[in-house]
Design a protein around this ligand. Structure first.
Ligand SMILES: NC(=O)c1ccc[n+]([C@@H]2O[C@H](COP(=O)([O-])OP(=O)(O)OC[C@H]3O[C@@H](n4cnc5c(N)ncnc54)[C@H](O)[C@@H]3O)[C@@H](O)[C@H]2O)c1
Ligand SMILES: [Zn+2]
Ligand SMILES: [Zn+2]
Length: 371
């Protein structure tokens, strides 16, 4: 069948919106009519070469849509189901899934190649060449084929433009604070970067009961939204500006946790985050970037202050547990998805939409697909 979507052909090139051919779903796969997709910064890391993935690829991973057909032996979803297309497989039975760590499911192996689990592509360019898709999804296409283990059924009454945030931004941010950062009631938490993912982290820290939730972002609009809509108690343009206040609030000790959710981590950001936390404090590295070399931190501080440095993918969330749970919180008015979606776009405007992201205009830009 025909599909239309945004492809990245080479590092640094613009997104190219193209007509493609899409194969039928094979065993364990589903055909999804993609209704909405968030414009996560990670797809831009694909374009700028930070992720090191093979190109060309169909972009997009933060999707929501409707199951239109299923391949053989699909049991988790059925035709007509509304789904969130999360970007990590969750088989449910490998060692990691069985241990409550779906975010590192063994089926994530080779995921960055963009091919289906059997190693073959479903998308084909107009010249017939088969190409992969971001995290085996490709939500920048209006139709896609995905492994059923990357689809979570959601309630029909959740608007797609908000539901798509459940496939990456919200659980990644929320879990970076709650699961990886271990925010406790009374904590002083710093979130470095209040964009799509960081807004989820701010909400997570607030919901977990942090006494002080500090949003650090150079963009005034992001700071204002963090304060107005997502539960931040204070906001600063830089971590340097935040630190005197953090010390005042913590008897000079430092934050309980600092969550790194800025668009791209530069080399010196790591040491700044590391310096910002107290003894036994935790730095969560959710952001992507720094291909330049090893990240610098003071090893003596690591040892004598027993600091913790923790990487986090998908906020250490379990999609089949956490997506329904977080959506229930949204329905109960306890999570704010609506203020995370600043602007909606057509796929033809994807380059403009990413320009807007860099210009700091959006918490999240969302593409609404046509069919
Ligand atoms: N680990 C994961 O599972 C995962 C998942 C999704 C996204 N990510 C990564 O998380 C990061 C954030 O993604 P996003 O979609 O929210 O990006 P975004 O562009 O929407 O937001 C980034 C925010 O960081 C701010 N910022 C930039 N430099 C800063 C600095 N030095 N200090 C504080 N704030 C700064 C920007 O103004 C912006 O508001 C990206 O690197 C993305 O690739 C990781
Ligand atoms: Zn993402
Ligand atoms: Zn698994």
């Amino acid at each position: 069948m025909k599909a239309r979507g945004a492809v990245i052909h080479g590092i640094g090139e613009k997104w190219s919106v193209e007509d493609m051919e899409l194969d039928e779903p094979k065993e364990g796969e589903v055909l999804i009519k993609v209704m909405a997709t968030g414009l996560c910064h990670s797809d831009e890391h694909l374009r700028t070469g930070d992720l090191g993935q093979p190109l060309p690829l169909v972009g997009g991973h933060e999707g929501a849509g409707i199951v239109e057909a299923v391949g053989p032996n699909v049991t988790r979803v059925k035709v007509g189901d509304h789904v969130s297309t999360y970007y990590l497989p969750a088989c449910g039975t490998c060692r990691w899934c069985a241990s409550g760590m779906q975010f590192i499911c063994d089926n994530g192996k080779d995921m960055f190649e963009g091919m289906m689990l059997d190693g073959t592509p479903r998308f084909h360019l107009s010249d017939g060449r088969g190409i992969g898709a971001m995290q085996r999804l490709g939500t920048f296409s209006n139709w896609l084929v995905a492994p059923e283990m990357e689809c979570q059924k959601i309630d029909d009454d959740i608007p797609f433009e908000y539901a798509c945030l459940m496939s990456c931004g919200l659980p990644t941010g929320w879990g970076s604070a709650v699961n990886a950062g271990g925010v406790q009631p009374g904590d002083v938490s710093i979130i470095m970067g209040a964009g799509g993912v960081g807004s989820g982290a701010v909400q997570g820290a607030a919901q977990a009961g942090a006494r002080v939730v500090i949003a650090v972002d150079p963009v005034e609009f992001k700071r204002a939204k963090a304060l107005e809509s997502f539960g931040a108690t204070h906001a600063f343009a830089t971590i340097e500006e935040a630190m005197p206040f953090v010390h005042e609030q913590t008897n000079g000790q430092g934050a309980d946790q600092t969550i790194m959710t800025m668009g791209r981590m530069e080399l010196d950001d790591m040491q700044k985050a590391f310096d910002s936390v107290r003894k036994m404090g935790t730095v969560v590295v959710t952001t992507i970037g720094v291909n330049e070399g090893p990240i610098p931190i003071n090893p003596l501080d690591l040892t004598i202050f027993c600091k913790q440095l923790r990487g986090a993918i998908f906020g250490l969330s379990n999609p089949t547990k956490d997506i329904p749970r977080l959506l229930a919180d949204y329905k109960a008015g306890r999570l704010n998805l609506q203020d995370m979606v600043t602007t909606t776009y057509s796929i033809d405007d994807i380059n403009l939409a990413y320009d807007d992201m860099y210009a700091g205009k959006n918490i999240r830009g969302v593409i609404l697909h046509e069919h």
